[in-house]
Design a binder for this molecule. Structure first.
Ligand code: NAD
Ligand code: UDP
Length: 317
């Protein structure tokens, strides 16, 4: 029996990251309440948990209040891929802002710690490289990415105001591009797009010249960072960058995916979407120092595991 077992709410728990977090918390002996409205999440991500005796599922939209009795909250609910979050930008902003207010209100009533899945998007198209937590960012407040970027920035503000005003224990993680099994095959994110295109022998779509960079973190590494941040005493509020500092251009990623899948797909060039950041790479000194955390899975083995997942998924479809 785990004497430290807690009852933990995971909002967005049926999504890509949320479902891995539910797995990890159950493995650690906790009770998990997964709350999701299935906007981008899928039952299949948590199908294996539905009969677990310490797992419960609540279909609910975080933009509406909810009354639960729990010991901890991980707030992940929010569509994360540009295609999905731009599909209904007003709902995206509401999810970040009203969702944060509702979850912070719940944490305040119960006096419990709350974790926020923030994002490297708070840095916008950064002028500082690599990005440190002290950098305030370069975000367009009016563009097509703003519903997500400004929503997440406002959520961070709310977390810090609840912390200062109400003494709430907060944990803010700034997550950089993360990939792995259970990504949605049609969510338009670069890793899932390239792998699915390569496996189906379709053209690989490079937006712009492919010189823009991203740093790709494997999901298991990220989840380890989440749990460490949540379990490191109340003094560490964050924000803490969590990501893999290995930086690759989008063209390099496409070439790697073609090599690992053995695909005959061709590269095709499409227009670069508005406000697409040109460079992104985390400075993870703070996470190393305070959490003793750094990624352990490099791009190639991480991609291989993700390719295996999509290969199976496409065969099942
Ligand atoms: P995802 O789209 O797979 O998961 C998001 C989950 O939230 C889905 O299950 C969705 O149905 C749910 N959701 C959306 N709106 C909701 C609402 N109003 N009420 C209840 N549930 C709702 O995305 P993900 O990659 O798992 O991202 C999870 C979190 O991590 C998000 O908050 C995202 O902003 C953040 N994040 C992810 C990345 C990444 O690279 N994966 C990077 C930065 C930040
Ligand atoms: N991208 C691409 N082809 C695709 C999908 C994405 O070239 O089929 C590019 C996109 O323009 C961006 C990068 O890959 O520069 C990462 O995109 P993603 O949507 O995964 O995440 P972002 O970091 O932009 O939120």
């Amino acid at each position: 029996m785990n004497t430290d077992a807690r009852r933990i709410l995971v909002t967005g728990g049926a999504g890509f990251l949320g479902s891995h977090l539910c797995d990890r918390l159950l493995e650690d002996g906790h009770e998990v309440l997964c709350l999701d409205n299935f906007y981008t999440g899928r039952k299949r991500n948590i199908a294996h948990l539905l009969r677990h005796e310490r797992f419960d599922l609540i279909r609910h939209d975080v933009t509406f209040p909810v009354y639960l009795e729990i010991d901890e909250i991980y707030n992940l609910a929010c569509p994360a891929s540009p295609v999905h979050y731009q599909n209904d930008p007003v709902q995206t902003l509401k999810t970040s802002v009203h969702g944060a207010i509702n979850m912070l209100g719940l944490a305040k009533r119960l006096h419990i710690p709350i974790f926020q899945a923030s994002t490297s998007e708070v840095y916008g198209d950064p002028t500082v490289h690599p990005q440190t937590e002290g950098y305030w960012g370069n975000v367009n407040p009016l563009g097509i990415r703003s519903c997500y970027d400004e929503g997440k920035r406002a959520a961070e503000t709310l977390f810090f105001d609840y912390h200062r005003q109400h003494g709430l224990e907060i944990k803010v993680a700034r997550i950089f591009n993360t990939y792995g099994p259970r990504m949605h095959p049609n969510d338009g994110r670069v890793v899932s797009n390239f792998i699915v295109q390569a496996l189906q022998g379709r053209d690989i779509t490079i937006y712009g010249e492919g010189s823009q960079t991203r740093s790709f973190c494997y999901v298991d590494d990220l989840i380890e960072g989440f749990v460490r941040l949540m379990n490191t005493g109340p003094d560490l509020t964050g924000p803490v960058n969590l990501g893999n500092p290995g930086e690759f251009s989008i063209l390099q990623l496409a070439e790697k995916v073609i090599e690992l899948t053995g695909s005959k797909s061709k590269l095709v060039y499409k227009p670069l979407p508005a406000d697409d950041p040109t460079q992104r790479c985390p400075d993870i000194s703070l996470a190393k120092k305070t959490l003793g955390w750094e990624p352990t899975v490099s791009l190639e083995p991480g991609l291989k595991r993700t390719i295996e997942y999509f290969d199976e998924l496409l065969h099942d479809a």
